[in-house]
Design a protein around this ligand. Sequence first.
Ligand SMILES: [Zn+2]
Length: 191
Amino acid sequence: MDLVAEATNSSYKIGCPATTGNRATSSSPGGNSSNSSGNTNTTPSRYENQKRRDWNTFCQYLNNIRPPLPLTLCSAGHVLEFLKYLDQFGKTKVHSPPCPFFGLPNPPAPCPCPLRQAWGSLDALIGRLRAAYEENGGRPETNPFGARAVRHYLREVRDFQSKARGVSYEKKRKRPKPKGSTTTSAPTAAA
Ligand SMILES: [Zn+2]
């Protein structure tokens, strides 16, 4: 715990392009983010670009809430609302239990079940936003994207979509490698 910078530096802000209201300084102790600007990788990769876009999207989302929510007050609950909000733009058919195609990977006909964000997309998105939050000055201890509730939600989405779509998201458990042999035949799963 560092309680050093309590009163000396009250300009602790999380960089967010779309957030204009910054009245949340009272709830931000410790404004010494010394390592937030340490960019080790200078080449913008696809991942970096995607991360920036995701971050902007999230900031816009916060800004469109009435009243707009400063990033410093963003909690896991808001992250969950954001994920549910994104579902309306989803492209993955997720069957509900009464649907005859529930659990079928390749349904033979259309059905009225909703389109959702695929679990894999949400999982990757949260990973990027979690990183972006800290890169923009957020503190790891308060990172809402790393909150237990968010992880729990993602796990539930994964389990449900796995059942509903008849697909398995379980990573093939890697058996502990026998000591000495590193590169034996790896079971190749279709991506
Ligand atoms: Zn269906």
